[in-house]
Design a binder for this molecule. Structure first.
Ligand code: T46
Length: 189
């Protein structure tokens, strides 16, 4: 398994070893042992999967109270995935980075607790699978608007005809008003 650093401290691209043969390919896409050896968290308690059509934008979401580290993968389709560092004690506080996740490459994006996460679907549709390090806590859910002026994320809107955002996300907070994770959030794995 290969780990690749990203422009954001602690966000990693994770590429499991792929065994190709004349039939196709096989990969151990998750192994508690392999992740532990690589120094990645290996205690995931929930798997999520969402299906979205082209132009759907989900995010920017994070959770207070039970902060969730996320291991994100595109099973089908192609997304423009975004992580935003909300950790006030991080040198990358307020910084975002984007990543192409697609069915063409067996790749996870590891996004630690303390980040907001979102994605835009660029393909006709996409199935996104992600593992989380803590359970869903509806009362702890927070949303920062995808088009927040301070973050100024340059979503590739020219690659989609329309953008479909949930009513909840339409009413997200601005970055400057958002209730941010407490500093030094206990990171548990
Ligand atoms: C996140 C979640 C949602 N739900 C229920 C609550 C709603 O009735 C329904 C859809 O939820 P929501 O509209 O929040 O789904 P997304 O907009 O895809 O939210 C996710 O989108 C971004 C990209 C993320 O990184 C988060 O994992 C998550 O916030 O599923 C659950 O039952 N469990 C869960 O863990």
């Amino acid at each position: 398994m290969q780990l690749i650093d990203t422009p954001l401290k602690d966000v990693k691209r994770v590429l499991p070893k792929v065994f190709e043969d004349t039939r196709g390919w096989f990969a151990e896409t998750y192994s508690q042992r392999t992740f532990a050896h690589a120094g990645l968290p290996n205690k995931f308690v929930q798997d999520n999967q969402s299906f979205s059509r082209k132009g759907v934008l989900r995010g920017l979401h994070y959770q207070l109270g039970k902060p969730q580290g996320k291991l994100v993968r595109a099973l089908t389709g192609h997304i423009w995935d975004v992580a935003v560092d909300l950790r006030r004690d991080s040198p990358d506080f307020g910084k975002w980075a984007s990543f192409h996740l697609s069915e063409d490459r067996v790749e996870y994006l590891w996004i630690p607790e303390g980040f907001a996460h979102g994605f835009l679907v660029l393909s006709e549709s996409a199935h996104i699978l992600y593992k989380t390090t803590d359970f869903y806590l509806p009362a702890g859910e927070r949303c920062i608007r995808w088009d927040d002026a301070t973050l100024a994320i340059d979503w590739p809107l020219d690659e989609v005809d329309t953008v479909l955002v949930s009513p909840k996300d339409e009413h997200g907070m601005s970055f400057l008003q958002a209730e941010l994770p407490p500093v030094g959030e206990p990171v548990h794995h």
